[in-house]
Design a binder for this molecule. Structure first.
Ligand code: ATP
Ligand code: MG
Length: 408
């Protein structure tokens, strides 16, 4: 793709009102634009990253039996009165012209349980696992962490419907490992920590936390084994209960949250099924959330340097960024782009007019595409291209065929 066709430009400075690193780098790199605090546009570059994250999430949800659907944002008041959650302050509320109350969906347990009433009535209809990647609205009091805390944001929410507590328990563990795979694939080290069940349940839920100074949570974790807890529930413990090593405390970002809902929602809505013996029982449910936009922001928080973003290959907007340092080598550069694209490698070609080599280099570092290819009069004369990884400081001269072998 040609950089001149990207719509968004890189910016020298980000607005001063958002102090987070992810907001600054994503705005300056031309990935996102802020309409108002907590309300973001994903520009073409940012949208490609977000879609890569979404697709990884989709693959892992499909792999554990999830099926994708899409539920509405506009939800009537009576739906929320059923569970006594109309009063929740995070909800954006509005009225239609006949003064009927609605809110904008800030989560979908109520909606999905109501929908399931028409589709689940027998043990033969279970288990079911449905998910969506859909826009949620929350009136967040502090929307100052860039895309990590939106007031309008994407969430992947999966809901499980099982016939028994044991089935829920075993699916819950399967979902947990799918979550670990997702975070690993997007390049994040996430600790699974026990947390309180909040409004949902008296049991513990599990949060997935990434260690980062940009976080709003605090975890106590062991650097040797996988032990971790939210500081809220464990207090000041200094020694790991598993391996006896000293524990560390850090700020962290919650990137995912899973809950055993049990029968709280099914009982409120009367969602039951008849078992093999003809006995009527409430459906046992679970709820599993991840914020794809929050993942994008978290990746930037943990993977950048003083020059810009360093995208992991799995989510990068393009794999290769080609810079042509002078007008005279544009044709050679285009040829390299076509050769790579023919092999299925996604390429961004900096064909912008009137930029100095220095501007192209610093924009490439800011945007953070994993491989940089420089084409100049000098490399053309030698029949080579200059290749550098975003994570390394030294460049290597090679011919295009060798580079294709390297990245394919
Ligand atoms: P937090 O404590 O950070 O407000 P939460 O407990 O309200 O999060 P959930 O309701 O469990 O979050 O939502 C599931 C997931 O959705 C979270 O783990 C997070 O990844 C994402 N998420 C929640 N709120 C936001 C938001 N305001 N902006 C972006 N992503 C969000
Ligand atoms: Mg919240």
């Amino acid at each position: 793709m040609l950089q001149s066709h990207l719509f968004a430009k890189t910016l020298r400075e980000a607005p001063k009102d958002d102090v987070s690193v992810n907001a600054e780098l994503l705005i300056r790199g031309g990935f996102v634009d802020k309409l108002v605090a907590g309300v973001w546009t994903y520009l073409p570059l940012g949208w490609r990253v977000l879609e890569n994250v979404n697709n990884i999430i989709r693959e892992e949800m499909n792999a554990i039996g999830g099926v994708e659907l899409h539920m509405p944002t506009l939800q009537p008041r009576d739906l929320w009165e059923t569970t006594d959650r109309w009063k929740v302050e995070e909800a954006y509320k509005l009225q239609d012209r006949s003064k009927r109350d609605f809110c904008l969906g800030w989560t979908h347990e109520e909606a999905v349980t109501k929908i399931a009433l028409s589709h689940i009535s027998s043990y033969r209809d279970l288990p079911q696992y449905v998910y969506q990647i859909q826009t949620k609205f929350r009136d967040e009091p502090r929307a100052k962490s860039g895309v990590i805390r939106g007031r309008e944001f994407l969430m992947k929410d999966l809901y499980s419907f099982n016939a028994s507590r044991e089935e829920l328990d075993s699916f819950y563990e399967i979902a947990k490992s799918a979550y670990h795979k997702i975070f690993e694939r997007v390049g994040l080290k996430a600790y699974c920590v026990e947390a309180s069940g909040g409004a949902f349940t008296k049991e513990y839920s599990h949060e997935f936390q990434v260690v980062s100074e940009a976080g709003e949570d605090e975890i106590i974790y062991c650097k040797e084994c996988a032990f971790a807890r939210n500081k809220e529930i464990i207090g000041d413990v200094t020694q790991c209960p598993n391996c006896k090593k000293p524990l560390a405390t850090s700020k962290s970002i919650e990137v995912g949250n899973i809950f055993k809902l049990g029968t709280k929602f099914s009982e409120a809505f009367g969602l039951s099924f008849t078992d093999e013996k003809g006995e009527k029982k409430p459906v046992v449910m679970g709820s599993y959330g991840i914020g794809p936009g929050r993942l994008v922001g978290t990746i930037v928080e943990v993977s950048h340097d003083d020059r810009g973003i360093i995208w992991p290959e799995s989510v990068a907007p393009f794999r290769v960024h080609i810079l042509a340092l002078s007008a005279s080598v544009q044709e050679e550069a285009r040829k390299v782009m076509f050769d790579l694209e023919q092999k299925g490698v996604e390429v961004l070609f900096d064909d912008r007019e009137g930029k100095t080599p220095g501007e192209r280099f610093s924009d490439a570092d800011l945007i953070g595409i994993p491989w940089r290819v420089v084409i100049s009069d000098k490399t053309v004369k030698e029949g080579k291209i200059e290749v550098k990884k975003r994570t390394e400081s030294d460049a290597t001269l090679m011919d295009t065929a060798s580079f294709i072998k390297l990245v394919c």
